[in-house]
Design a protein around this ligand. Structure first.
Ligand code: GLY
Length: 356
């Protein structure tokens, strides 16, 4: 993995240093309407490169990861004579780094990219590891590339613009990384509270640093996701099914909440199939219930949830659901098949643990 990851409180200086090392004659900054309002003015004060850049603004939200917005970015790059030596700086959460990364990766077969994630989710996940993409025909991230940015510059400076929900949502991916790493890392995460008003940004940045290292190690081992990278799918098979059910009820839940709740269900299944320790499961479920609440459903929803899981991209065959599970904390196992009955039993236990 060649991507540099820089943790800093001097984000403007870090950007200017990178740009001068890259010798880029022309800089483009991609923002969404939120980062245009809250982050760009600060970065302009701190960075000469950002001051001089051509700014491209897109709308905010996952629904904006479209071919139309990709086209808007390509058009701006084209109209402003971008060349292969231009550098694109994506400033935003996962939507901006996915969409801006995709437009940059495909324009003239690839412009160089620097990511400046402004959300916790972006910092620990979307801006690391080179996945870029847009949604297509109702499917998330259906079109995209594996293209590493030159660097990601991570700061906690902008996290105070995030809502409680956004903070918790990003923290869920960190909990997932803790489960993949070790009891020690998991315990540190479970001992920390990302809940306002006791939110400690310095401590959070140090936890993010470890979380990014976990993801980097996985990506280094399997950049193109031919196998091992699927460990990062922990909690996502149940999580995506919860999100799909919530959408059907017209009451969407944030991705990170679904991932945290999905991790609880995945640990239940891990306990049933691989002997994952029940004390850790209980401790993890308590943390999720307290911070994220339970995603509520009844046994009448099991069939819908199962059908949603059958559609998961990472299944090996269309009629078997394959999970990433854990034998213990730090010992993931990919592509573990589970039957409809096993999944139903796991959902029963999840409901008991989460008190629904
Ligand atoms: N977000 C999971 C991955 O990067 O593979």
């Amino acid at each position: 993995m060649n991507q540099k990851v820089i943790f800093t409180t001097l984000v403007g200086d870090a950007i200017d240093d990178l740009v001068s090392q890259l010798g880029a004659p022309q800089i483009f900054v991609i923002v969404d309407v939120n980062t245009a309002q809250y982050v760009l003015p600060v970065l302009k004060e701190q960075s000469k490169a950002v001051q001089d850049a051509t700014v491209i603004t897109v709308k905010a939200g996952d629904a904006e990861k479209t071919l139309e917005n990709t086209h808007t970015i390509w058009k701006e790059l084209h109209n402003n004579n971008a060349t292969r030596s231009s550098v694109v700086i994506n400033v935003g959460g996962g939507v901006v780094t996915d969409l801006g990364g995709f437009a940059a990766a495909t324009y003239k077969r690839g412009l160089r990219v620097i990511n400046v994630p402004t959300t916790v989710l972006g910092a620990v996940d979307a801006a690391i590891g080179g996945k870029t993409g847009i949604n297509y025909n109702g499917y998330k991230n259906e079109i995209g590339t594996f293209t590493e940015p030159i660097a990601s510059v991570i700061t906690s400076d902008f996290f105070n613009t995030l809502s409680q929900q956004e903070l918790l949502s990003g923290y869920a991916e960190m909990l997932k990384h803790g489960l993949l790493e070790s009891d020690e890392e998991l315990n540190k995460l479970l001992a920390y509270s990302v809940v306002y008003p006791i939110f400690d940004a310095e401590r959070l940045l140090s936890l993010i640093e470890t979380s990014v290292q976990v993801k980097q190690r996985v990506v280094e081992a399997d950049f193109n996701e031919s196998g091992y990278r699927k460990v990062l799918n922990l909690g996502h098979t149940f999580g995506h099914a919860f999100e799909t059910l919530a959408l059907k009820r017209q009451s969407p839940i944030p991705h990170g909440f679904a991932v945290a709740q999905g991790c609880v269900a995945a640990l239940v299944l891990s306990h049933m199939k691989l002997g994952f320790p029940s004390e850790t499961l209980q401790k993890f479920a308590d943390y999720v219930r307290k911070n994220y609440n339970a995603f509520a459903f009844t046994c009448d929803d099991y069939d819908f949830l199962y059908q949603a899981m059958l559609k998961d991209k990472k299944n090996l065959t269309p009629d078997t659901v394959a999970f990433t599970l854990l034998e213990e904390v730090g010992k993931p196992k990919i592509e573990v098949p589970a039957t409809k009955e096993e999944i139903a039993s796991a959902l029963d236990i999840y409901r008991d643990l989460m008190g629904i």
